[in-house]
Structures are given as structure tokens and as C-alpha cells.
Design a protein around this ligand. Structure first.
Ligand code: ZN
Length: 325
């Protein structure tokens, strides 16, 4: 019976199975049983920190006890060549993944999804982690981009958001500034949580625009996650540019509309259109006319969804802030 190569979904059971199967196992694990662990946890090394001198045909994984043959444990996926230089190797490997993921994400639309679908997964950061980290970076830079509740409310020309914040301030018996501070504390958490709504909508949109495609739902979801990560990067550039040129980030039909804001918005919107069309061509093998039409629908609906998510996040933030008082 051959075990699947690479890290299995359940390292514990795979490690136990392999140990049970291997009669000549020379596992020197402390108590002979696999201990619960996290693959990245240094604590799980215990007294059995691996070293290069362990190299040999009968080594066992210090993390899970599986007999190791090669540079990686087939039970838990941990690198078996630890010791001097292990930290440097891990950092270098991680950096290579981050660089590959970010460069490919920006310069080759859809390529990361194609690589993931085709099983080339170790070369980049997992789609979830990439989307979450880019979103976290975007929110962490809100002091530069001014992506904060006060500014978001000010950008809404209808005054609905500002009205919500003011009503909340009155009900909580505090001034507008104190309320804004309270909202800012909660907004990032709510907005990150609601990112799942955007991702689900993008996946559904990708599925609906490719109903004849034989790609599975997992591909649509990975596509949605990669697109989410890219949208945060594009938005970061957009907000930074808007701030640098002193332009409002939101466009609305207004008498004081400035041509420069429209130009910037048109630029970012066209970039998004071209990006999604190229990604559709790469992932779903669409032809140019189909890819362009689908991209136009996708980008338009995504813009509506993103604004709805932003509005919903703001409303939820106000409601939770009120409930906490
Ligand atoms: Zn192991």
C-alpha cells in the first residue's frame, strides 16, 4: 500500500498508519505515539530537535515520528533537514513564495489560479492566506489611505452613513469625534469578516459567467480569492493616488465633480476590466469577445457588491458600537 506523497490532509492519521505499516520502523519518538502538533510550532520539537547529523536511511521525523526518507516528512510535511541554516532556508523559501505570489498576481492575471488548479501549489502562498494578508495590509495602511469611518462617511454624498453615525452618537450620548473613534476600532474587524461575502459573490459570478465551463467550484473560489487579493492591491494604489492628488476616493453625481477624479476612477476601472478579461482568458480559456463581455458584467456587479459590503460593514459597526454602550 502506497501512501500519498506530500503533506496529507490529516497528518496524524497518516503518520500513525505509516508507522503501523512499517515493520522496520526505527522511530525514537519519546513515548512511541504521535503527539498533537502544529507543523509550524517550534514547541513540538521538544528534546528531539533535528540536526544534519541525523541524516541517514533510518531517520524518523522529530515532529511526528514517521520514518523519513528524503528532505521532507511524508507524515506531516515538515522539513527533515533541520539544524544549522534551517531558519534561513525557511525565511528564504517563504520570501520566494511571497515574491512569486505578488508578482504573478499583479503581472499575470489568473496565473496563480491556473497554477493552483494544476497542482503547482507549493510555489505560492495559499489563496486564503494571500487574500487575508493583502486585506490586512490594506487596512493596516488606512492611516495613509484614509480608509477610515469618518472619511468613508464623508465620501457618501447622500449623507446616509453620516446620519447613521450621528444618530448613534446621539443615542449613546457622546460627541461625533468620540463616536468616530469607537467606530474606527470596530470597523476593520467587521469589514475583514464581511470579506467572505465579496469572495462568495465573486465565486458565484465566475460560475454564472462560465456556466458551461467544467471547472469545479473550488476553482471558482480560488479565482475569487486571488481576485480579492488583487482588488485590495488595486484599491491600495487607487486610494494612495487619490490621497496624493488630494482627490475624493468616491465618485458621485455632484456639481463639484472634478475631472481629475473621474480620470483616476476611469483608469482604475479600465485596469480592472482588462485584468478580469485577461484572467478569464487564462483560467477559463475564453475568447476575447466573450472574456471582455463577461469581464464588463463581472466588474460592474463586483463594484455594486463591494459598495454594498462597505455599506453593510458600516451599518454593522454602528449597530455593534451602540450595543456595546
Ligand atoms: Zn513528520
Amino acid at each position: 500500500m502506497a501512501l500519498k506523497a506530500g503533506p496529507p490532509l490529516d497528518p496524524m492519521s497518516a503518520a500513525t498508519t505509516e508507522r503501523a505499516l512499517s515493520l522496520d520502523s526505527t522511530s525514537t519518538h519519546a513515548n512511541g505515539t504521535a503527539t498533537p502538533f502544529s507543523a509550524a510550532s517550534p514547541a513540538s520539537f521538544g528534546d528531539h530537535a533535528p540536526s544534519l547529523s541525523d541524516a541517514g536511511p533510518s531517520r524518523s521525523c522529530p515532529n511526528c515520528g514517521t520514518p523519513v526518507n528524503g528532505s521532507w516528512c511524508s507524515g506531516c510535511g515538515q522539513e527533515s533537514l533541520a539544524g544549522p541554516g534551517a531558519c534561513k532556508r525557511t525565511v528564504r523559501r517563504q520570501w520566494t513564495r511571497i515574491r512569486h505570489s505578488l508578482l504573478t498576481l499583479v503581472s499575470h492575471p489568473g496565473q496563480l489560479t491556473v497554477e493552483f488548479r494544476d497542482g503547482q501549489r507549493a510555489r505560492s502562498i495559499s489563496p486564503w492566506r494571500l487574500a487575508l494578508n493583502v486585506a490586512a495590509l490594506f487596512l493596516a495602511l488606512s492611516f495613509v489611505t484614509d480608509f477610515r469611518t469618518a472619511n468613508i462617511a464623508a465620501q457618501d454624498r447622500s449623507g446616509t452613513l453620516q446620519g447613521m453615525a450621528d444618530t448613534a452618537a446621539r443615542r449613546a450620548n457622546i460627541d461625533r469625534l468620540t463616536m468616530t473613534e469607537r467606530l474606527d476600532h470596530r470597523f476593520n474587524a467587521t469589514y475583514s469578516m464581511l470579506m467572505i461575502v465579496s469572495v462568495a459573490c465573486y465565486a458565484l459570478l465566475a460560475r454564472l459567467t462560465h456556466f458551461r465551463s467544467r471547472e469545479s467550484w473550488s476553482v471558482h473560489f480560488v479565482f475569487a480569492l486571488h481576485l480579492t487579493a488583487w482588488i485590495f492591491i488595486a484599491n491600495l494604489i487607487y486610494y494612495l493616488a487619490a490621497r496624493a492628488f488630494g482627490l475624493p476616493a468616491a465618485i458621485s453625481v455632484d456639481t463639484t465633480i472634478r475631472p481629475a477624479s473621474v480620470a483616476l476612477f476611469a483608469l482604475i476601472f479600465s485596469w480592472q476590466l482588462v485584468y478580469v478579461a485577461l484572467a478569464f482568458r487564462r483560467v477559463y480559456a475564453d475568447r476575447w469577445p466573450g472574456a471582455s463581455a463577461k469581464a464588463a458584467i463581472f466588474v460592474f456587479v463586483a463594484l455594486v457588491v463591494d459598495n454594498a459590503v462597505l455599506f453593510l460593514s458600516f451599518w454593522l459597526t454602528v449597530e455593534t458600537a451602540l450595543r456595546a454602550t
